[in-house]
Design a protein around this ligand. Structure first.
Ligand SMILES: Cc1cc2nc3c(=O)[nH]c(=O)nc-3n(C[C@H](O)[C@H](O)[C@H](O)COP(=O)(O)O)c2cc1C
Length: 126
């Protein structure tokens, strides 16, 4: 856990790619955030964060992503708001090797990563 905390603290930004479990994040993801966030010097503070998710359902993890944003409030995570990346019907958007093939989703992910870099640089200047 200490090694993970150090990696989070050293990162310019974080990307969460999460599935949706019963309209929320998985217990595993919540657990790792909880333990990594213990004081002193909780490493999520003021960190630029991007979220994306994919699921076999039509919507593509929005409820999990909004819960993750709520979880991050107390930890003072600084989320990128747009674009939102919800990859629904994921079975039709990846090839057999697991590569994303959907051009719309690829474009959104590129935009999200560009926004994360911009946001991280803005946070570092303040
Ligand atoms: C306990 C559990 C709850 C789930 N709940 C949701 C859900 O609320 N919404 C959704 O889109 N998918 C749900 N799923 C499907 C997950 O999106 C899917 O399992 C996840 O993308 C991982 O893919 P895999 O199970 O093929 O490894 C759930 C899966 C599990 C195991």
């Amino acid at each position: 856990m200490q090694a993970l905390r150090e990696k989070i603290a050293a990162a310019d930004g974080l990307v969460f790619a999460t599935p949706e479990y019963n309209f929320s994040v998985s217990g595993v993801l919540k657990n790792v955030i909880d333990w990594a966030s213990r004081p002193p010097d909780q490493p999520f503070n003021d960190k630029a964060v991007a979220i994306m998710g994919a699921s076999g359902g039509v919507l593509g993890t929005p409820r999990a992503q909004y819960h993750l944003r709520q979880i991050g409030i107390f930890l003072n995570m600084r989320f990128v708001n747009k674009p939102e990346v919800f990859v629904g019907s994921a079975a039709s958007k990846f090839d057999a090797a697991g590569n994303l093939t959907d051009e719309t989703a690829k474009g959104l992910i590129k935009q999200l990563m560009a926004e994360l870099v911009t946001w991280s640089n803005r946070l570092k200047k303040t």
